[in-house]
Design a protein around this ligand. Structure first.
Ligand code: ARG
Length: 247
């Protein structure tokens, strides 16, 4: 009986030891909110559902540099900031432009990508070249984006807002609206797939940043340090070249 008891104690001690060493060995998790509707930055593989894109590769590299395990949490674009504030994830990696308005609610990492808005039209439409040509017109956008902001400033324009970015572009292909305002690289990616649309030169200057809760100064520092090391090591350039072509 005594022998059985001491064996039991030994077993329990072993379980505790193995358990705690597993805990000690485990990397801290970095939960990342994204809206995976924005190729080539974040999207899902049609067959496997895997998350792919420039942002996804970059956040994995940042996670590795910070010795953290990345977990992607797919969330509707217009719910991303509220979800960060609620604590559903630790940061947002979603081609999110650093804006003064957003800086009131969240903090951003150092910028990691420069971008701009472009106008997408049907390939045969030469009547729309500049923002001035959009006065009084219908414009499709993804809701709450900087494209939405730009369209909303155009005089007499009717802004049609979509939850998903590709749906806003689809609206131009359908002929339901003459123009969509969206980020350059996304317009390029989708126009590459469909030759019935084209896009112009960027008319805004924007920088993407990783959004983090203002209170989480520890993580802001950690992510900035990791981003800097991913840039210094050349890994950033490798990821960039993979998604946007090198030179
Ligand atoms: N850069 C634009 C913005 O910050 C659009 C980003 C949309 N991102 C996305 N994953 N749908 O407003």
């Amino acid at each position: 009986m005594r022998k059985l008891f001491s064996m039991l104690i030994l077993c329990m001690a072993l379980v505790l030891m193995i358990g705690s060493s597993a805990v000690l060995g485990a990397k801290p998790v970095l939960k990342v909110g994204t809206s995976a509707d924005f190729p080539p930055f974040e999207f899902q593989d049609e067959k496997t559902g895997a998350y792919l894109g420039f942002d996804i590769d970059l956040i994995h590299a940042i996670g590795a540099a910070a010795d953290m395990e990345v977990q992607i949490v797919n969330t509707a674009w217009d719910g991303l900031i509220p979800g960060l504030l609620t604590g559903n994830y630790d940061c947002i990696m979603s081609a999110m432009t650093i804006t003064d308005e957003r800086l009131k609610a969240v903090a951003f990492s150092d910028p990691y990508f420069s971008a701009g808005q472009v106008i997408v039209t049907q390939a045969g439409d030469s009547s729309i070249q500049t923002v001035e040509d959009l006065v009084g017109k219908k414009i499709s956008v993804q809701i709450g984006t900087t494209g939405d902001l730009a369209a909303s400033e155009i005089k007499g324009a009717t802004v049609k807002r979509f939850n998903l970015a590709p749906d806003a572009i689809q609206e131009v292909r359908n002929g339901s609206v003459p123009a969509c305002i969206i980020d350059l690289a996304v317009a390029a990616e989708i126009a590459n797939e469909y030759d019935d649309i084209k896009f112009g030169e960027p008319f805004t200057m924007e920088y993407y940043g990783i959004a983090i809760h203002k209170n989480n100064s520890e993580l802001i520092k950690k992510i900035n340090r990791a981003l800097a090391s991913v840039k210094a090591s050349g890994e950033y350039d490798t990821i960039y070249a993979h998604w946007f072509g090198g030179n």
